[in-house]
Structures are given as C-alpha cells and as structure tokens.
Design a protein around this ligand. Structure first.
Ligand SMILES: [Zn+2]
Length: 331
C-alpha cells in the first residue's frame, strides 16, 4: 500500500460528497496544505480505522473551505481501502489484515506494517510541533483523549477536543506511543453514530489549524489514569443481547454503551456468563484475573466495586478482536 502525497489540493476539485471524496483518494494519502508560517507544521492522522469517519468528514469540510492554516498542515488518511470497502465505513480494517493502529512498531513486514512505516517516515520528515491522531469510538461515547504521558502540552491538545484525558501504560504498537520529538495525543471524538462527533472535530480542528500557539490557553481536562483493558481470550465467543444466549461464553447487555463514562455500581448486571475464565484485564504493566473486578451471581455478571468504564462497544467482532471496554476503579 503506497502512501501518496497531495500538496495544496484545489478546493474546487474536492468532490462535495464525502463518499465521492473517499473514492477519489488514490489509496492511503498524505495531504500537505501550506500555511501562513511555512517554518512550522502540525500533523493530523485520521481514518486509521475504516469505520471511524468523523475525522475524514471534518477534513473534507475543511479542504473544501480553502482556508489557509496558520502553519503547514499534514493530514494522513491511513485505512482508506477499509473505509471504502462496502458497506462504506463498516470495516475497522480489511478482513485478513492487521489493525493499522497496532502496526507502528517493527516488524513492518506485511502490507499494513509497510503503510505504518511509510506514515512514520512522512511524519518525521514534517518535523511537526504537534501530532494528533483523530478517531471515533466503535460505541457511543463522549469525546476523550488518550495519551501515554501527562504533560501540559498534551493536556492543551486534549482540551481542544475533550474534557477527559486518559493516561495509559498499554503499549499496543499504536501511533501515540511513538516519539516524534513533539507532543502527541489520540483523540476519540465520540462514536461514529454520535451527532456530537462532527462538532467536536470541527471545533478542535479549527483551533488546531488556526491558533498561532496551539499549546497556549489550554482548557481544563480531568484525568483517568492507567485503565484496565478487558479482553476476551482467543476463541471465546461473545455476543450482545437482552438475555443470555446459548453457545456463547459471554453475552453482554445490548445497551452496554449507555454506561460509557458513567459509574457502574456493583448492583448493575452487565451481562450473562457461567464463568469469567474467558476474560482478562490488563493495564499493560499489570495483568489481572477478571474475577478481581467482576463476579457472577445467578448467571449474571456484576462488578465487585463501582467502576467507570469507557469505549464499550456492541460490535461482537470488535469486542473479540480488540477489547470489550476499558475501566478504572471509581474513587
Ligand atoms: Zn480508532
């Protein structure tokens, strides 16, 4: 998968509909837009996952506006092929391929790894003062950021989009773990179906592209530190329903997304299972037996203490291949 570069695309030549724009891309694409101050640059990576359109949609609106950013802007669209495979914006990655946002570390052997390596080279070459990686969550969520550190610059970048910042020890090979010699944050702008995600992206990018000093005038963010990631063991079967399903190791509530960022008390059932052996919880540094945080009573799954969870999805394929959700102990 080649990474093609477009420089200063003509706003009048950008198709008005985002689907047509996506189809017009040559594949994975870097779009360089020259700014008023050519001595500095900022990078935006988005569409690393094909089912997360909000960043692409916001960039599409911005490119059509034809406005000159304050500094050079480099936008990278990664998973273009996955996004435009039918049904459009359904596949996180193409079937049989690795998740691009797990491929930003060696070995770069396969096609996805080579694309990740090309993106890394392109970002390094831009010598940016900041890097943003803009995503949607699979399920419904308010906007939040994810970082591997807590610096004033990371808080400032986060605050352009979100009030919650999650600091994690997890190392998965994602873009935000890489060192570009400048601050980097991942933004989860909300679920791709959430009406609020477009406004979050537009307002955040307006600040990111037009503020002369992007780290000044930072808003407040509240921190959630070192969340556990609840993962399904390989070959375990999961689904989502409003009752226990036969032949599944785990049936989670179909409305589980409503708990994203809300406290979940120990009295609230989350689903059905006969045991918790198919689950594990890990912060990256620290892997725990899921039974430390969850319990089974009368065939239902409950938390042991109040937890705050986020990034819960009801896509069984994503829950199985990525994770069910993230959580921290409340208080
Ligand atoms: Zn994503």
């Amino acid at each position: 998968m080649e990474l093609t570069t477009w420089t200063n695309p003509d706003p009048g030549a950008i198709p008005p509909r985002v689907g047509d724009f996506l189809r017009s891309l040559p594949g994975p694409t870097a779009i360089a837009v020259h700014g008023k101050d050519r001595s500095r640059s900022r990078v935006l990576v988005t569409l690393s996952h094909g089912n997360e359109p909000s960043g692409l949609e916001a960039v599409h609106r911005w490119l059509r506006s034809g406005r000159t950013p304050v500094v050079d802007v480099l936008v990278l669209f990664g998973s273009v092929e996955a996004a435009r495979a039918e049904p459009m914006f359904y596949f996180r990655m193409l079937p049989g391929h690795r998740d691009l946002n797990r491929c930003f570390r060696p070995p770069f052997a396969d096609a996805t790894g080579q694309l990740a390596e090309a993106m890394l080279h392109r970002i390094h070459a831009a010598k940016p003062e900041a890097v943003l990686d803009l995503h949607n969550t699979s399920g419904s969520n308010p906007a939040f950021s994810v970082t591997i550190g807590d610096s004033p610059e990371q808080r400032a970048l986060s605050s352009l989009f979100a009030q919650q910042m999650i600091v994690t020890d997890l190392r998965l090979g994602s873009l935000m773990e890489q060192d570009f010699g400048c601050p980097i944050v991942t933004i989860e702008a909300g679920g791709s179906q959430d009406d609020t995600a477009a406004g979050v992206c537009d307002a955040g990018l307006e600040a990111y592209f037009y503020r002369d000093e992007v780290f000044a005038d930072a808003g407040e963010v509240s921190l959630l530190e070192h969340p556990y990631r609840l993962e399904l063991q390989p070959h375990a079967r999961i689904d989502f329903a409003d009752h226990a399903l036969p032949d599944r190791d785990l049936t989670m509530r179909a409305d589980i997304e409503r708990f994203n960022f809300a406290p979940v008390p120990p009295s609230e059932p989350l689903g059905w299972a006969s045991g918790l052996g198919s689950l594990r919880a890990s912060t990256g540094r620290d892997t725990r037996d899921a039974r430390e945080f969850f319990r089974i009573e009368d065939g239902r799954i409950y938390t042991r203490c109040t937890l705050r969870m986020f990034m819960a999805t009801t896509r069984a394929d994503i829950a199985a291949s990525d994770c069910l959700f993230y959580f921290v102990r409340e208080g």
